[in-house]
Design a protein around this ligand. Sequence first.
Ligand code: HPA
Length: 273
Amino acid sequence: MRSGFTERVEAAFASLPAGARGRRPSVGIVLGSGLGAFAASVRGASAAFASIEGFPKPTVEGHGGMMTVGGDVAVLAGRVHYYEGHEPDDVVLPVFLLHRLGVRTLVVTNAAGGVNRSYAPGLLVLIRDHLNLAGFNPLRGPDHGPGPRFPDMSTAYSPRLRELARQAAGEPIPEGVYAALAGPCYETPAEIRMLAGLGADLVGMSTVPEVIAARSLGIEVLGVSCVTNMAAGILDQPLDHAEVMARGREAAPRFERLLAETVRLLGGSLDAG
Ligand code: HPA
């Protein structure tokens, strides 16, 4: 990150309402597109992104973004993406803020294209590993935060948390490798064949920068994708954002149940009580 990033995190923390700053949530949740409703199940102190010092403002999801801290959980509804024109520092600032609040376990969710031909729209997949093909690394720069210069990424997605999520699902749930590209266009069929050859099962435009940041901070990560569409060229139909969002909305209740049950198995509560 740029020099001064650590001070930026402190300023963001200091600008939070006292009700949010005073808690020490242990679990952070980043909600992907279409999952914003989950935030309503968390009761506690909320802060609009616009009210948090130096916080980026999401441009795509129809609302400005909201952080809610309730019980042991801090939820971010509305993430910012590199394709919106945000700097890598902006994309990972929310994760550093979660860490500053006390978060040591991060659940990241997203909508993804299915590269693996055995997948189908609506499927939930636990992320086992990733390919960072987004063209940048958020830790580049003079300020790498409190973590090491060269963080280990060999178990970026915690096997323990994947096992927990499997228990939470109560039904078989596949694991896959998530490839992150910068976007914002969807991929070409040739790119999807390349990704399949590289071992990707899922493709998307988010998550990986946040996970790199979280791992550098020693945060244990669970990543869950919702396959909203088969990736380009697999089916004989063009990709359409409205269609992707509609499939995401259909899967949201199942996705939210999985999140709530995973938090419960983590020993967390969603209520300020
Ligand atoms: N490609 C990239 N990102 C996505 C896709 C896709 O097919 N679906 C949802 N997010």
